[in-house]
Design a protein around this ligand. Sequence first.
Ligand code: FAD
Ligand code: S2G
Ligand code: ZN
Length: 482
Amino acid sequence: ASMASTTVRNPSFSVINSDDIDYFKKILGESGVVQDEEKLDDANTDWMRKQKGSSKLMLQPKSTQEVSQILDYCNSRCLAVVPQGGNTGLVGGSVPVFDEVILNVRGMNNIISFDKASGILVCEAGCILENLISYLDNEGFIMPLDLGAKGSCQIGGNVSTNAGGLRLIRYGSLHGSVLGLEAVLANGTVLDMLGTLRKDNTGYDLKHLFIGSEGSLGIVTKVSILTPPKLSSVNLAFLACKDYTSCQKLLYQAKRNLGEILSAFEFLDINAMDLVLKHLDGLRDPLPSSTHNFYILIETTGSMESHDKEKLEAFLLQVMESGLVTDGVLSQDINQASSFWRIREGIPEALMKAGAVYKYDLSLPPEKMYDLVVEMRGRLGTEANVVAYGHLGDGNLHLNISAPQYNDSILSKIEPFVYEWTSKQRGSISAEHGLGLMKANKIHYSKSAETVKLMASIKTLLDPKGILNPYKVLPTSLLSHS
Ligand code: FAD
Ligand code: S2G
Ligand code: ZN
């Protein structure tokens, strides 16, 4: 049963009334107050279509000041609020559980400043990632993160989920590239932490609390982020390996022989490849010769095409000769490269088309990672299709269990087994997607009781009435206002 069905609405939260609507219209104008059924239907439903809230109101502020006024009012009225960005989150964190007010910052999508010398970008939280990527492309820079949801996800949502994605292996996590934030607390206080300094050791670095807080500590309204320069030479290899151990050894070699130009290392198994080729149009297997069990995408990004090509070709020759790689192709142009990425980035979409999806986004010791996939195949047999792919370079497995329909017999074979297995390996039950609603009561598999208790006291300090994204991230039992 999904989390929502076992969650009880917090009786201390008020229900929206007509005075509230009048107030919001007064501060936001008509366009900022959305009560349209269809738009609300969309905003109440998560990307996985597993979670559906019953919110009657979505607010779309145009400025930090308006966000502050909304939260100040909601806090005094004890109205619960769900901060929402692109609504591409995968753990049920971005949609209401009951009738929480949805607050979407999509209307706050201005670029505030960009320093072409340092690459420091300051923008509003509602900027869509893909728009930032194209803005920077014109300036000769790139975003330090890239993910399949770039067409819809907002930088505010990326920060709030501490999104990882395809480039983390090269450019690190948002905890490193985000230099500053502006956030609004539950009582309307505007926290200006919007520094643009690389180094600032004056007191506790509080912006880090908001990175990955999934809308539970405050609403991110502005982001300052360090963006890397766009380099001239990008190459992409689509390789095949016969077994998982070879994938691991390939990663070890790539880090040494490609070194500083390595910019992505992704894997997908044969089940993932079959699903993509079956459900997505216009794609074909780049290595049709014979079936392989594992596919690896290796991207390099450097400043000298001739040097990079020489390095990459020497590397590919070496790993082919050693048998680590059984087959491979180097993209010849941007179209071929994007068709290779389309295969990897299309897996979540293919999974949705295949039917029901049980999604586990795990950090595991790389040498153990695929043992879990094999164990799950043993436990599920023909009941479900166990699909594995992910950011192998970061030790991040996307274990997705696909079946025609959701059914509890499959779920009981997966949970709590997957969480216990991960916990035994001291892995993370959520590498990059966050806890949201789906895993709000699962944090103990990856965090000690003392740390979770401290998180709850920080949450209570910043949001005493618990109006920000209630029922999510932390176990409700731990929160005093529940
Ligand atoms: P939403 O889904 O709207 O919200 C996500 C969470 O952040 C919610 O808890 C919400 O309350 C909170 N939130 C949103 N905006 C704000 C704000 N301004 N202030 C405070 N809280 C806020 N994730 C990865 O990490 N790596 C991937 O490679 C990746 N690939 C994906 C591929 C596909 C096809 C899809 C559908 C999703 C993928 N995701 C991935 C998951 C998702 O895209 C990320 O979590 C993304 O960062 C969510 O951004 P969003 O704007 O859609 O946020
Ligand atoms: C990815 C998307 C979500 C999933 O594609 O990297 O983060 O697990 C994932 O399908
Ligand atoms: Zn991912």
